[in-house]
Each structure stands twice: as structure tokens, then as C-alpha cells.
Design a protein around this ligand. Structure first.
Ligand SMILES: [Fe+2]
Ligand SMILES: [Fe+2]
Length: 165
């Protein structure tokens, strides 16, 4: 068992990760409709990764003899101005998740819950990588024209992304 306040916060993050997965699926759909199937693939993989993150929280709650509780998902943003808008929204979403993870770490630290601190270490590292990934893609995108040769090359590269694990 865990302190109730921590259980609730971990459960919220379980649901936040599901919401992130939901949101990335909407971004994939935006690119699918445009015919940029590589970008769509990139976002579908991203969505599945977020689902894996959610299940890490699920498993941790179960391990600690707590019950994961599903909350309603919010309607994600379904329309975007362009590819850059999707990428900027992705980075903003990841920054929000980083803040959520930091708040969880602070709470676990206050409560001296060392197993939870150890569990959350993986997520601190993951968020650093996620933010860097989107920053790097945005930096590349800033120099290329949507629909142009380099953009289509990126689309081809993104078609190759597979789920890691
Ligand atoms: Fe995540
Ligand atoms: Fe993420």
C-alpha cells in the first residue's frame, strides 16, 4: 500500500499518459488525412509508447497493492494549422508531462516513499529524451518547407519508426 495522496497522484499520471496517447493518435489522424503516412506512423508509434508509459503506472500501482482507476479521457485537439503546429503542440504536451512527473517526485520525496522515487527515475530520463526528440525535429522543420523535398524525405524516415521494447 501507499499513502492515499500518492496513490491518487500516481493514478492521475496513469490517466495523463493515456490522455497523451489519445492526443498523439489525433495528431496521427491529422497527418493520415493529409496523406503524410510517415508522419502518421511516427505519431501512432508515439501514441503506443504513451500507452506503454500508462501501463508502467498501472503495473506499479498493482505491485504496491493499489487499484488503477480509469478516468474519462478529454477530447484531444483534432485540428492543426500545419506540421509545425503539431510538433509545437507535442513539445508543449511533453513539457506538461515533465512538470507532472517532477510534482510526483516532489510528493514522493516529501513522503519519503523511496520505492516510488526509484520507479519515477525512469520517467525523468524518458522526459529528457522526449523533449529533446521534439526540439530536434522542430529545429529541422524550421529550415524546410512543408510538402517540399526535404519534408517528404522526413516523411519517408518517419515511416520506418517502430515500437521499441
Ligand atoms: Fe509518457
Ligand atoms: Fe511522451
Amino acid at each position: 500500500m501507499l499513502p492515499q495522496k500518492l496513490t491518487m497522484a500516481l493514478n492521475d499520471q496513469f490517466n495523463n499518459e493515456l490522455q497523451a496517447s489519445h492526443s498523439y493518435t489525433a495528431m496521427a489522424a491529422y497527418f493520415s488525412k493529409k496523406g503524410y503516412h510517415g508522419f502518421a506512423n511516427f505519431y501512432l508509434i508515439q501514441s503506443r509508447e504513451e500507452h506503454q508509459h500508462a501501463m508502467k503506472f498501472y503495473d506499479y500501482l498493482v505491485t504496491m497493492d493499489e487499484k488503477p482507476v480509469l478516468q474519462a479521457l478529454g477530447e484531444p485537439k483534432n485540428d492543426y494549422v500545419n506540421a509545425m503546429d503539431v510538433l509545437q503542440s507535442s513539445l508543449a504536451q511533453e513539457k506538461d508531462v515533465t512538470s507532472n512527473i517532477y510534482a510526483l517526485v516532489t510528493l514522493a520525496d516529501e513522503l519519503q516513499e523511496h520505492s516510488t522515487l526509484s520507479f519515477l527515475d525512469w520517467f525523468i530520463e524518458e522526459q529528457m529524451e522526449e523533449e529533446k526528440m521534439f526540439r530536434d525535429i522542430i529545429a529541422r522543420m524550421a529550415h524546410i518547407e512543408e510538402g517540399g523535398e526535404y519534408f517528404l524525405k522526413m516523411n519517408d524516415d518517419f515511416a520506418e519508426r517502430r515500437l521499441e521494447n
